[in-house]
Write a protein that binds this ligand. Structure first.
Ligand code: MN
Ligand code: MN
Length: 319
């Protein structure tokens, strides 16, 4: 049996030992002889130049890698064993230019266009939510994707501070305007918190984007809400974007824009389990900010959510 893509087991080497790749997978760069065999690539995007207030998610990928060494081989409910069903690897980070946003976005876009050309489905770790825009530019230039989006913010705002500034508050507005996402197949879940105005909600209404606010989420319950969300996203190729600030800050404080009244850790995982059946061709987990995460709990939840997402992606790949 080909054991190259098998993660290092905690039964063989303790979890605190060794070099912490994502989920203890092999680190495979494009010049590696096994690169062409990779089916799902875990990628770090250490950039937070889109943050408008409290920075830090540039340190997210490293914290998520470290926390992810606690992940084991099998999903507790679906019993999916993702590392046996698909060839997964840690592809390393895409190097950003921390003092030049446009240069960084161009680097990220080129990296993901290459992954698409090479037939590798990406699961990325941010970085702030602006990182999702160049990922979508790399993946969805030829055909718009659906979007399953968990967040306490819509990220549909116009530019801040005048001009055409790209921030972590507007990746999805830009992605819709650039034709990378099909707004009729978009659903945004968990939206809450104080607002400046209704400008993002108006954009969603005008384009047919479904927003499920946190009040509706809790009133109806997760299975009902997620059944509707799956209907909207459909069975065509879709992207899953998970902002850790979807989760209540009592559970996940390590993020730049926390909003009270969110899901607990169980509910945070449950929504991903309800994504089974979707054709997720790419995904990310963003906005984990280690400087605001002294306990490491936010990174550990983030790594656990990446495993939940990976299991859904593997099932989609093998269907
Ligand atoms: Mn966001
Ligand atoms: Mn957010």
């Amino acid at each position: 049996m080909d054991t190259f893509f098998k993660p290092i087991s905690g039964m063989d080497l303790p979890r605190f030992a060794g070099i912490p790749t994502f989920m203890r997978l092999p680190h495979v760069t494009p010049d590696h002889p096994r690169y062409r065999d990779v089916e799902i690539g875990l990628v770090g995007l250490p950039f937070d130049g889109g943050v408008s207030n409290r920075p830090g998610p540039r340190h997210g990928p490293r914290a998520l890698r470290d926390a992810s060494t606690m992940i084991r081989a099998q999903h507790p409910v679906s019993l999916v064993r993702p590392f046996e069903m698909a060839r997964c690897a840690d592809l390393g980070d895409v190097g950003p230019n921390p003092v030049d946003g446009p240069d960084t976005l161009a680097r990220f876009e080129a990296a993901f266009a290459r992954l698409k050309a090479d037939g590798i489905r990406p699961l990325s770790a941010g970085g702030d939510h602006l990182c999702t825009l160049p990922v979508l530019r790399g993946l969805a230039k030829d055909a718009p994707l659906g979007l399953m989006h968990f967040d306490s913010h819509t990220d549909l705002f116009p530019a801040y501070f005048g001009g055409k500034t790209l921030t972590h508050g507007n990746p999805f507005r830009n992605a819709v305007e650039e034709g990378l996402l099909d707004p009729k197949r978009m659903v945004q879940i968990g939206i809450r918190g104080t607002a400046y105005d209704m400008i993002d909600i108006d954009f969603a209404k005008a384009n047919g984007i479904r927003i499920i606010r946190i009040e509706e989420f809790f009133d109806r319950g997760i299975p009902d809400v997620m059944a509707e969300a799956r209907e909207i996203v459909g069975t065509k190729p879709a992207y899953l974007s998970y902002d850790i600030d979807f989760v209540d800050p009592a559970v996940a404080p390590g993020t730049g824009t926390p909003e009270w009244g969110g899901p607990n850790a169980y509910q945070a995982m449950q929504v991903v389990r309800e994504c089974r059946g979707l054709n997720i061709v790419g995904a990310d987990l963003v906005e984990v900010s280690p400087p605001f995460d002294p306990s490491g709990n936010t990174a550990w939840l983030g790594a656990s959510l990446m495993f939940e997402i990976l299991c859904v992606m593997v099932e989609a790949l093998k269907r």
